[in-house]
Structure formats: C-alpha cells, structure tokens
Design a protein around this ligand. Structure first.
Ligand code: PLP
Length: 673
C-alpha cells in the first residue's frame, strides 16, 4: 500500500478472492481518506480514519462543502476587520489563508490569539500570518478568529461580533469538486452508528493478530504492545499537539521527548538523538546522510563507499544509494557471519573512498557477528565510520549497545523493539542516535536548527504522537526489565531453534552454535515431493497461526522471531504444530498421502470448504480444520482459501477499479490474446 492510495492486490480470480479484494479495497479507501495522517500515525489513526470516512459517508455533502466553505467564510470575516487577506484561491494553498500586516499588528494578533488559545503560523518576514482551516472548523472557531482580528485592529473599540450563520455559505463555484469520490459501495452501505460499528468489528474479526496467537514474523519483532503504554494515545495533551506548536505551550510534552531521548542515548551508548525519521529505512537514510555531511564538512567528499554484508536487510542498499553513497557487498561465511577476510580486502581496496560500513547486529540471518569489533576496527583504521542498523535492538538491549561496540551512529525501530504497534505500513519511528562527533551533522528541522541542516521529515520529532508509547514502555520496564526482555527474546529463539532442529533444521548458527533473537528454519528439503515453505506457511493458518517471515532473507526458508512476549506454553504449542506439519510432509514423502491433494497443498481450509456437502479430499474434514484438540476450543477461520501468490506478484491490481470490472476486463484481455 503506498501513499498514492494505490493498493496492489494479487488474486487468482476466484469468487473467494474477489471477496478478499473487496475487503482490501474497503480498507484502503478508508485508510486513503486521510493520507496526510498516514505517513506518521498510520496504525493508531486507521480506526479513526475508517470511522471518519464512514461517518462522512452518511452525509457526503458535509465533505463537499466542508473545508473550502470554511475558508471562504474566514476570508470574508478577516477582511471585515480591515486586514488585507490573500485567500487560498490566490495563493494556491488548498487550505490556507494568508494575511498581510505590520510587525506591530502581528505582535498584537499573536498576543490576543494566544490568550484565546489559538495558534497561527507566523512567517519569518514578521508581517504575514498563515491560517489553516478544514472541515472540522466550527462556527465558534470563526467567531474566535473574527474576535482576534477585530480586537487587534481596534483595541479601543467595543467588539461587535457579527452573527455567524448556522450553515456555511455556498462555496465558490471555482473550487467546487465535480467528480464523484468515495464511490466504493462501503461508503454508502451503513447509515447508522450501529451498522458502522458492526462493520468495523466484522473487519477486525477477520484479522489474526497478536491478541489471537504468536506472530513469529522474523525481522519484525511482533512483541506485546502493553495496553498501559498505549493509554497516552487517547490523551489529547500528547496526541493532539501540532508539530509546530510554540515550545512554551508544550513544555511537558517536550520534557517527555527530551527524557525519552536521554533514555535512548543511554540504551544505545550514544550522545545525541534525532527523532525525525519516520521509519527504520528513513533512519538508515538519515544516519547515512549524517555520515555524508560529516565527510563533506571535513573536505572528504569522495568518501562514498559503504561496505554492506550480503546478509543486510533489503532497505540497507536502498538507503545507501538514496543517500548518494555506493554499496559494496561483502560475502558471508557458511555459518552466516560476515567473512572477515573479504571485508578486510574490500575495505583496503576502497580505503581512499571508504565512507564506512552498515552492519546489522544481530544480523538479518538471526545471529551475532562474533567478529564485530574487528570489523569496526578495519573500517575505522581506514578513516571510515560505522552505521549500525539497530532494528534488531531486541537482541542487544541492556546487554550491549552500538556505542559500546564502537559504532558511530545507529537507528532504532521504536515500532519493533520499543513496543509501538506496527504493521500495515505504520506507524513508524526510526530515530537515530549518534556520537557527539556526528551530532552537528544530524538531520534537523528548520524550526529547530535553522536552514543549514537537512530535514528528513516535515515534523521536528517525526512521529511525535507515538513517542509516548515508547516512553511509557521504557519507564515501566526499567533497566532490569529491558535486560530481561532481551534475554527472554534470545532464549525463546534458541529454544525454538533447538526444538525445530531435528524436524526441519536451522540454517545459521554462527560460530557459537547459537542463534540470536530469531532463527531461520530450513524448508528446502521437501522439494522432491513439491512441498515448499509456502505450503507450510499456509498450513499454519489452519492452526490459528500467522505465517513466519516467508523466503526472507533466504529463499525457501521461514524466519521465526518469537520475542520475549511468548510463554513456554505458546512456544510448545507452535512446536507441536510444526511437528504435526512435518509428520504430514513425511506421509507425502512416504507415498501415504497424495502429492497434489493433501492437507498442505490445499491449506488453508476456510469454513465454507469444510462445511460444504461435497468433500472429495482423501483426508477428513477434522484433519483439515481441527487437527489438534485446542482448535475445538477456539478456531480462527480464514476468510478465503489459498490465493495464487505467484500470480498476484506478477499481476498488479489497482484498487480503484471495482474488482468485478477488473476481472472481467482481464478475462476480456485474455480472450483477445
Ligand atoms: C534489520 C532491519 N533494518 C531495517 C528495517 C527497516 O525498518 P522499517 O520497516 O521501519 O523501514 C528493518 C525492518 O524490520 C529491519 O529488520
């Protein structure tokens, strides 16, 4: 799903998959309705956005006449107070009004506005003010606006606030939107709050979340997001702060961010922090830009080469290129660690142009690089700097840290290690921490450090609204708790790797024989009977399990990251399921089960298949859906049978074409061919 409101969905064209497309379309349209919130607050705002879109659908004229009518009315009112106004029509800003004043007037307006609990945008020229309004602006807000300007213009006269119309005036025809929007059926289906609530609940029930069972997505750290740390989201004093609110109005909020920054610096062993990046990948970009700026400032612009191990997360090479640097890939050994000799050779070959290295620790192969200190020394000795990808900080927190190891800058995925809920594209917070040497080059917002720094997002503290979650999490865990969490994560992962070793095999164990906080489960040994990692992932759904990370970072494997949140009971249940699946694979290998028509190839099994009058498979319905006793107690039914993933990957579907129309177009095209 991208910010352009384009959803790419792959389906096999069956009626069931059309239902899946409809569902995805509905969600995307709900989500797309407030794209500007999505970048920073995607997940928490998702529900709000859906409801917002849904409510608006009850009377879409409210949206049609919303923002622009308010702005027109505001322009009129401010003009009446004798102030020169350039409306949004003239400035081209779709939701703004610009007023030109003298410096004294600006100062007076600012004082009165702040007394009236109102903030405007005060431009650097000192004589203009920007006002942003939208369809949520109330009649009473306009009264306040008028009061502020009238009061500022005529301080000695009595205020005569004119009567405000109950309804907005008709909008200017020039800006009237002609085309239809929110045409997806879902926006006109529900006309009461009850219906809307049931619709949203129904959507929620289709999801399999951490509230249901372990989501062992490797490289994703799907840990518990404690309810207590999420409270802050519903506190308007934290969640409704405008990113540019004057500092003196939000002292507590800034204190919390400052305190969080200090705690994260302690955790990473660094001196300074920038909260600007909105995601891990944005953090990588920001950190590499910091390194780049450092070299430019030190007259070493040619230092552009970044050594990247082949185990690197896919975002690493992408961020390197985006930051104007050049990735050079370093081999890994058979045990999965970085090949020190290859690393040394490539560092030496590029020593005059070496900007540094980017190393993930523990690595994306799920293991600790035992030679990490040596690798860092190789780079430092040749004048380079070290970026540590700290997305896997759940394997370090409290035991070691990037600063202690000797790195110069790192990013953290607060939405992984530090309990911010994530998935579905957000919300992200990929703050970067760095040494004091690099601090002067960190990205920053013009409002904080003037124009000479590079901003990497449009808000000074990135996804500031969700920082409180991490703050609460760290405060509640304390130093001991964080340390225990890391130990639990590594222990759980090693427990799973030991228990799955015999049936599947674990790909990498580094040089110590142990894995880190995640492990890669081998699934390439069943090719002779056509069973792949994909079939195992699909079959897991029949047991109420979300698939682990599929075919990443190594094709044909499953990467499992249990995190510290899972109990021994849950781990044992997962192992039992994996063993069960392995036994079913063995039956196929032994010729006791059919190679095509078997529980793995047909998985997952939705209710509509299991409950049908026709059942032609050689195994029972019970085997398909209730293979273990706990499933009788609680069963999560998937909504659709297996979709053709390969087809989906190769055929992009734009969600704004109704699915039915799309499929018939496609069929027509096929016929034409
Ligand atoms: C090692 C590593 N680096 C970087 C990232 C990128 O983070 P994000 O998805 O927030 O951009 C991830 C994502 O999980 C990761 O596992």
């Amino acid at each position: 799903m991208t910010d352009d409101n384009v959803v790419l969905v792959g389906v096999d064209g069956s009626p069931e998959s059309l239902a899946a497309v409809d569902w995805a379309v509905a969600r995307a349209e709900c989500q797309g309705w407030r794209v500007h919130i999505l970048c920073a607050y995607s997940l928490p705002s998702f529900t709000t956005a859906s409801l917002d879109g849904g409510y608006a659908a009850l009377d879409d004229s409210a949206i049609r006449s919303g923002a622009q009518a308010v702005i027109d009315e505001a322009v009129e009112r401010v003009k009446k107070s004798g102030v020169a106004v350039t409306s949004s029509l003239e400035t081209g800003d779709p939701a703004g009004v610009l007023v030109d004043l003298s410096e004294e007037e600006v100062a007076r307006i600012r004082r009165i506005a702040e007394e009236s609990c109102c903030n405007f945008r005060y431009f650097a020229d000192g004589t203009s003010i920007g006002i942003s309004l939208d369809e949520t602006t109330e009649v009473s807000d306009l009264a306040t606006l008028f009061y502020i300007f009238t009061e500022a213009k005529k301080p000695d006269t009595e205020i005569d606030v004119p009567e405000i119309p109950g309804e907005w005036l008709p909008m200017d025809e020039k800006v009237r939107r002609e085309d239809d929007f929110m045409q997806q059926e879902v926006f006109s289906l529900y006309h009461t709050e009850t219906e809307l609530m049931r619709y949203c609940t129904r959507l929620g029930r289709r999801d399999l979340s951490l509230a249901d069972s372990m989501i062992s997505l490797g490289s994703c750290t799907m840990k518990l997001n404690p309810a207590a740390s999420l409270f802050i989201l519903s506190n308007a004093r934290f969640s409704c702060i405008h990113p540019y609110a004057p500092a003196e109005q939000v002292e507590g909020y800034l204190e919390m961010i400052d305190c969080l920054g200090k705690m994260l610096c302690t955790i990473t062993g660094f001196d300074d922090i920038s909260f600007m990046p909105n995601s891990g990948a944005a953090g990588e970009y920001a950190g590499l830009r910091t390194i780049r700026e450092y070299f430019i400032d030190h007259g070493q612009e040619d230092r552009k080469v970044i050594l990247l191990p082949e185990s690197a997360h896919g975002t690493n090479p992408a961020s390197t290129s985006l930051a104007g640097l050049e990735p050079v890939i370093v081999r890994s050994t058979e045990s999965g660690v970085i090949d020190v000799e290859d690393f040394r050779t490539k560092a030496e070959e590029n020593k005059d142009r070496l900007a540094g290295t980017m190393i993930t620790y523990p690595s994306t192969y799920g293991i600790f690089e035992v030679h990490i200190r040596e690798l860092l020394k190789i780079v430092h000795d040749r004048g380079g700097l070290v970026y540590m990808d700290g997305a896997n900080m759940n394997g370090q927190c409290g035991w070691t840290n990037p600063g202690f190891i000797g790195a110069d800058v790192c990013h953290l995925n607060l939405h992984k290690t530090f309990a911010i809920p994530h998935g579905g594209g957000g919300p992200g917070e990929g703050c970067i921490c760095m040494t004091s040497k690099l601090a002067p080059y960190k990205p920053s917002h013009p409002l904080m450090h003037g124009e000479d720094r590079i901003p990497v997002s449009s808000a000074p503290f990135g996804s500031a609204g969700i920082l409180g979650i991490t703050y609460a999490y760290i405060r509640m865990m304390g130093a001991k708790g964080l340390k225990a969490a890391t130990a639990g994560a590594i222990l759980n992962s090693n427990y799973l790797s030991a228990r799955l070793q015999e049936d599947y095999g674990v790909l990498y164990r580094g040089e110590t024989g142990f894995v880190g906080h995640e492990c890669i489960v081998e699934c390439r040994n069943f090719g002779a009977v056509g069973i792949t990692d994909l079939d195992i992932a699909k079959r897991l759904m029949d047991y109420n399990y979300h698939a682990p990370t599929l075919s990443f970072p190594v094709h044909g494997t499953l990467m499992v990251e249990p995190t510290e949140s899972e109990s021994l009971k849950e781990l044992d249940r997962f192992v039992e399921v994996m063993k069960r699946i392995r036994a079913d694979i063995q039956e196929i290998m032994d010729g006791k089960a059919d190679q095509e028509d078997n529980v793995l190839k047909n998985a997952p099994h939705p209710l509509y298949e299991v409950a049908t009058d026709e059942w032609s498979h050689p195994y029972t319905r019970e085997k398909a859906a209730f293979d273990l006793p706990y499933l009788h107690d609680w069963k999560h039914w998937v909504n659709v049978a297996r979709v053709n993933d390969g087809y989906g990957d190769r055929n992009l579907v734009c969600c704004y074409i109704p699915a039915g129309e799309l499929i018939s177009n496609e069929n027509a095209m096929k016929e034409e061919k």
